[in-house]
Design a protein around this ligand. Structure first.
Ligand SMILES: *Cc1c(COP(=O)(O)O)cnc(C)c1O
Length: 354
């Protein structure tokens, strides 16, 4: 230890976000952003934001955005919580719901922020190993615990976990909170979300984000849907920490984006079509591609190491995500960009993979 006070402070191992290269002309497929910007409608609203409204504190209840989300999901407003990206929403839910001596459960290969929050808030946890095909084993979650968090579809694998299996987990865990992180659900099949289960399960919390499917990663908006008792407990924690989480621009644009549904659906179907085409192109070139229900693919090559391809791509200004973590350190996570970007990736792979 280098300082006398170090044993009294909180020292944590932070999450490492994907690189955000601050230059143009890169093909950036490393953080699952949406390649299609917000619609012209939204651009107009951005240009018309009122400077005077930045002078005032924003509405601490985020009423406009909460109402819009409640209407969109056909739930009561008391069942919606909003935050600064779903990272904020998830951090608040960890702090609120995971406060037991029993370990919370999550997969060994999933969103790598979960163990970071658990450590930060001193929540004990147990990782449950996915099977050899990177699928969740339901029985791992049918055991005494302090809570459960599952990303569905999962990241970085892209794999969707069947709703009927989630129901088994919810049934077993009626005395702990089960969080389903649906950051990528808009890219999965229709009807795959668990939102419609909140009436049946008061222990279920769903989290969502505007960062991927809604093209607004830079604005930082996320939300949770669940029983009103869960939302109240989350708000109590939020107001004990920071009342004004959502800024004026996020509230104004967030509400408008939810109404902009045609554009949203059009973007989703374009990305899904590109995903299918690109997955096939990868397979044709010797990649194994996990079945993706997201806006990225997780792939490994039979001959070339992922780290090698990752570094060679970066030299060509093509950014993928690579995780130096056991079991997945030969996989690349590649965000689905525009068709022309994916064509550029294929040209790069053809020059590299002989
Ligand atoms: C991207 C992501 C999030 C966080 O998204 P925000 O930008 O903070 O809304 C949460 N969970 C998973 C699994 C993600 O991939």
């Amino acid at each position: 230890m280098s300082f006398l006070w170090e044993d009294k402070i909180r020292v944590v191992e932070p999450y490492t976000p994907g690189e955000q290269p601050q230059k143009n002309n890169v093909i950036k497929l490393n953080t699952n952003e949406n390649p299609y910007g917000p619609s012209d409608e939204i651009k107009k609203i951005i240009n018309n934001l009122s400077a005077d409204d930045f002078r005032k504190y924003p509405d601490p209840t985020s009423e406009s955005l909460v109402s819009e989300l409640a209407a969109f999901h056909n739930v009561d407003k008391s069942r919606v919580f909003v935050g600064v990206g779903s990272d904020d929403v998830l951090a608040v839910s960890f702090l609120t719901f995971f406060n037991s001596d029993k370990p919370i459960l999550f997969a060994d290969i999933t969103y790598s922020f979960y163990p970071v929050w658990a450590d930060l808030f001193k929540v004990p946890y147990k990782v449950c190993k996915l099977d050899d095909d990177f699928r969740i084993k339901t029985e791992d979650y049918l055991t005494d615990n302090g809570g459960v968090i599952i990303a569905n579809p999962n990241a970085p694998t892209g794999i969707y976990f069947d709703k009927s299996e989630i129901i088994k987990i919810l049934e077993y865990n009626k005395s702990s909170i089960v969080i389903i992180d649906e950051a990528y659900i808009d890219f999965a099949e229709d009807g795959s979300s668990c939102i419609d289960l909140i009436d049946r399960y008061d222990n279920l919390l769903i989290t969502r984000t505007f960062s991927k499917s809604r093209s607004l990663a830079g604005l930082r908006i996320g939300y949770a849907i669940g029983n009103e008792a869960l939302i109240k407990y989350m708000n109590d924690v939020k107001y004990s920490f920071n009342s004004y989480t959502m800024n004026y621009a996020a509230l104004t644009l967030g509400s408008a984006v939810i109404k902009d549904n045609d554009y949203f659906e059009n973007v989703i179907s374009k990305i899904k079509a590109t995903r299918e085409r690109f997955s096939q192109e990868l397979q044709d070139r010797g990649f194994k591609v996990l079945p993706s229900s997201t806006n990225f693919v997780f792939a490994c090559h039979e001959k070339y190491s992922a780290e090698e391809i990752f570094n060679a791509a970066k030299k060509k200004q093509i950014y993928f995500r690579f995780f130096k973590q056991s079991r997945i350190d030969n996989f690349l996570r590649i965000t689905i960009g525009k068709d022309e970007e994916m064509d550029e990736v294929i040209r790069f792979l053809d020059s590299y993979i002989k």
